[in-house]
Design a binder for this molecule. Structure first.
Ligand SMILES: Cc1ncc(COP(=O)(O)O)c(C=O)c1O
Length: 391
């Protein structure tokens, strides 16, 4: 190894530490549930994407277990070799019906679905207009794409329109946005985005990884909520669905195109068949059980109002993610550490770009939390907020 390699990395890591953005990985000694043993200490977890409690739902576990015994542990290949079983087909058909599109293609995870789309569809001479706070895989996918990419201000329709107007010389225009922004709980105004897209003849790509299962009467996501049909809908199965994997939904020709051109489909192994069965069971639960969503939003609204009344600055008005703005990253880190000392686990999520954002603590309320859990969380927020002179 070349001399100085560790020193070079160490110096860079020290800068990360100085900026207050150094993270350590904690070990969970249990499956996903609101109370977990983390690094040997019992903690009440408010940072899980297991919104509906389906990652540990007995019906999903049973579905996975049955197929696990029949089909084995791994998928053993990519979708075009031996990795595409009857259960992949069943799940793709289920997703197409659930999202209400012609067809669906599965990927190993949501990020690879995003790469699959962004690296195969936009061509040289095209432009991608990308919300500045999109998921890191979208930001990276835009950079890696053959098309030019331009960021527009977060959920700012005036800025998007200006950029659409200024990019009319490009061959084709794409708008890419998340449905729900997990970093600040914002929901993209898809109705407005769709009408701008129509006006300026742009194609719309929606990454609804945090909207599916949560938004819309049947839990079909933010596109159901806004009653819109973008050209491409991307999703992750690792959030509300509680499983693993990613997918793209759209027209049959889009899906056939991706099966042939998306390298992250062609060259990456499929998800295991047992996971397909668990995701299938989860989707059946999501579309028939509106009560879980209602229960979450009752608790989210309660917590959001209480935190606001205490004097915290809160963002995110529609989603189950409550963003408590702290501002200074060192103070946010200290707040998160104090919460952990009090038995509440809400780690800070590092920002993927250099675009400066206020540091915040993102609380996620799930269907598994009780009202008592939420009251405990609120009492600790009030105590630490006062202690640190934030409220
Ligand atoms: C908006 C968004 N898109 C994509 C992903 C990536 O999905 P996955 O975890 O399946 O790679 C995530 C992760 O949660 C996400 O938040």
């Amino acid at each position: 190894m070349m001399m100085g390699f560790e020193k070079w990395l160490g110096d860079r890591l020290n800068k990360t530490k100085e900026s207050g953005k150094f993270r350590t990985v904690k070990t969970m000694n249990a499956g996903p549930s609101p109370i977990m043993e983390i690094d040997g200490r019992k903690q009440l977890v408010f940072s899980s994407n297991n919104y509906l409690g389906l990652a540990n739902d007995e019906r999903c576990i049973y579905a996975a277990e049955t197929i696990l015994h029949q089909f084995g542990v791994g998928s053993s290949g990519t979708g075009i070799t031996t990795g595409y079983t009857k259960w992949h087909l069943i799940l793709e058909n289920k997703l197409a019906q659930f999202i209400n599109t012609e067809a669906t293609i599965l990927f190993s995870d949501g990020s690879l679905a995003i790469f699959g789309v962004l690296l195969s569809i936009p061509e040289k001479g095209d432009v991608i207009l990308c919300d500045q706070f999109n998921h890191v895989s979208i930001l990276d996918g835009c950079q890696l794409s053959y098309a030019e990419s331009i960021h527009y201000l977060h959920v700012n329709m005036e800025d998007l329109e200006e950029k659409l107007r200024d990019s009319q010389d490009h061959k084709r225009r794409f708008i890419v946005t998340k449905g729900v922004f997990s970093e600040d709980g914002a929901v993209a105004p898809l109705d407005k985005i769709m009408s701008l897209a129509k006006q300026y003849q742009a194609h719309v790509i929606v990454d609804d990884s945090h909207g599916i299962g949560i938004f819309g009467e049947k839990g079909r996501g933010t596109c159901e909520y806004f009653n819109v049909r973008p050209d491409i809908i991307i999703g992750s199965l690792s959030n509300a669905v509680g499983a693993e994997g990613g997918f793209v939904c759209g027209s049959k020709v889009l899906i056939d195109f991706l099966r042939n051109h998306a390298k992250t489909f062609v060259y990456h192994p499929s998800i295991p068949p047992s996971i397909c069965a668990a995701a299938y069971a989860a989707l059946e639960i999501i579309e028939t059980n509106q009560e879980i969503r209602k229960q979450i939003f009752t608790e989210v609204n309660y917590a959001r109002n209480q935190l606001g009344d205490m004097g915290f600055y809160i963002k995110g008005h529609l989603s189950p993610i409550i963003t408590v703005v702290i501002g200074d990253p060192h103070q946010a880190e200290a707040f998160s550490t104090r919460l952990e000392e009090e038995g509440i686990f809400v780690p800070l999520i590092p920002q993927p770009t250099n675009i400066s954002r206020e540091s915040s603590i993102n609380i996620t309320i799930t269907a598994n939390h009780t009202h008592k859990d939420i009251k405990y969380l609120l009492s600790k927020f009030q105590m630490i907020g006062k202690e640190m002179n934030i409220i």
